[in-house]
Design a protein around this ligand. Structure first.
Ligand code: ADP
Ligand code: GLC
Length: 477
């Protein structure tokens, strides 16, 4: 098999810097590509939130604008290059609303290309992810077009979330150090803005997104966030590939973050994780014999995630059913306030942990009976796939990757492994939860569904092979 040299460029990367699924995909996909024999090197900013003491990295070189450090991705030989520029990346968080936000990631994109030059690394593929890296195709066509090192190099842009496009004032163009503004959308420039994701979508050789359903959805006006026309125009170059799961990290059989490890055969131990989690979170059972279901949620609390539906769904549901709820998340204040209110209203039954906590994320996956994802839209979603492996029944809205990874359980045939509701409404959520409760009460069906869930295989080998095919096809033409 032909090995391809890949520069994998991403703004977050597990285990160093993470706000959501992008980081997990960055790590697992680059590792899986390397396992297929490709020469993959990952580029990521060296944020000040990364614990440098715990990092084993070496400085490769210094330039006036940035330093480059090299480390190795855990459980692999994949080199990780950290772009060190404290002026831009010491802000206490990965993303900011600071006026120089476009310049921070423009610097990152320049640094990636310049690092390849300094390392004499000639990527055949620049694999880019989201708006933060979307400037690279234009840079290769302009600033660095002279460099033979990049002759024949192709660009692949993966869209993880069309809801974040990197739209800034057009004055950023000059400050991003690009010689020719004609590479940016004329209409936008006229309106005084620059849209970095759009620029990437127009210029990349190939586009992918993280599920087949989302690839279709973003070509519609409802889900296209204003870019559906452009995406339809480029649809021949757009592929939807469902993300995988890193089972080295997310498998209850060898999960170091949970108190009791278990597998499909030792599923009774899942219950012990639940009991301990309930204790840890101060959630009590209504009676010692009853075992009411625990619903889990781990989520960025943003509009995308459908939290707005919950005020009209959850209080009523909790009032009617003996059940409890554990929520881990942080984000928009109104959503945080809602969960705090819910916790007060249902003491001992609802626990809201505000913040980011990887250990608790794993533990909720292991301890909850069901996992709620009522997303308005979901490009892929990883938690529903993690839930399946943990035997935690996902209750999801039928959209994007949720629709592609969760199959409705049918008690008549015993097939399926989750609960899927169609409508983006409070009654849709209620229907999903009611259905879950009903099945929870039917032990034979529930056990069957849990076993089906745990048998699902979303390992990265399949998706990585699809990316690999795209690389090769691009390099032939
Ligand atoms: P998105 O990328 O849109 O946030 P995904 O489902 O793809 O959604 O990925 C979310 C990832 O972030 C999962 O690994 C999830 O466990 C993690 N995560 C989200 N919120 C938190 C949190 N508050 N604490 C710990 N992990 C979190
Ligand atoms: C984005 C999406 C999420 C997806 C993740 C990784 O953050 O919101 O659905 O799973 O990227 O591709």
């Amino acid at each position: 098999m032909q090995s391809v040299r890949v520069a994998f460029v991403v703004s977050e990367l597990t285990p160093y810097a993470k706000t959501g699924g992008l980081a997990d995909v960055g790590e697992a996909l680059s590792r899986a590509l390397a396992e297929l024999g490709h020469d993959v090197r990952v580029f990521v900013p060296l944020y000040d939130t990364i614990d440098r003491d715990g990092l084993s990295i070496e400085k490769r070189f210094e330039t006036e604008a940035f330093d480059l450090w090299e480390g190795t991705l855990p459980r692999s030989k994949v080199p990780v290059y950290f772009v060190d520029c404290p002026r831009f990346f010491s802000r206490g968080s990965l993303y900011t609303n600071d006026p120089d936000e476009p310049l921070r990631f423009a610097l990152f994109c320049h640094a990636v290309v310049q690092s390849c030059q300094r390392l004499v690394f000639a990527p055949q593929i620049f694999h880019l992810n989201d708006w933060q890296t979307s400037l690279v195709p234009v840079l290769l066509e302009t600033t660095y077009a002279w460099d033979r090192l990049f002759e024949g190099a192709k660009t692949v842009l993966t869209i993880h979330n069309l809801g974040y496009q990197g739209v800034f004032g057009a004055e950023a163009i000059e400050r991003m150090d690009i010689p020719d503004s004609s590479h940016f959308d004329e209409h936008d420039r006229g309106a005084g803005v620059v849209n970095l994701l759009k620029t990437g979508i127009s210029h990349a050789d190939h586009l992918t997104t993280v599920s087949p359903t989302y690839a279709r959805e973003i070509q519609t006006e409802e889900q296209g966030f204003g870019l559906d026309g452009l995406l339809r125009h480029r649809s021949g170059r757009l592929t939807g590939i469902l993300n995988g799961v890193d089972y080295g990290e997310w498998d209850p059989e060898n999960d170091e973050h949970i108190p009791y490890r278990y597998s499909a055969e030792t599923i009774r131990l899942k219950k012990q994780n639940k009991v301990k989690l309930l204790q840890e979170l101060g959630l009590a059972s209504s009676s010692p014999d009853a075992d009411p279901p625990l619903i889990g949620m781990v989520s960025r609390l943003s509009a995308q995630k459908g939290i707005e539906l919950l005020p009209r769904a959850l209080p009523d549901f909790l009032a009617r059913h003996d059940s409890s709820l554990a929520v881990l998340g942080t984000g928009e204040r109104a959503y945080e306030e809602f969960f705090s209110m819910l916790e007060k209203r249902f003491p001992g039954r609802v626990r809201f942990y505000r913040g980011f906590n990887n250990r608790l994320a794993h533990w909720i996956e292991a301890g909850a009976d069901m996992f709620l994802m009522p997303s308005r839209y979901e490009p892929c979603g990883l938690n529903q796939m993690y839930s399946l492996r943990y035997g935690t029944v996902p209750v999801v809205r039928k959209t994007g990757g949720l629709a592609d990874s969760v199959q409705q359980f049918d008690p008549a045939t015993g097939e399926g492994h989750g609960i899927v509701f169609e409508h983006y409404t409070a009654s849709g959520v209620q229907w999903g939860l009611e259905r879950a409760i009903e099945l929870y009460g039917d032990t034979a069906s529930w056990d069957r569904m849990v076993q089906n869930a745990m048998a699902c295989d979303f390992s990265w080998a399949g998706p990585a092979a699809r990316y690999s095919d795209i690389y090769r096809e691009l390099l032939i033409h």
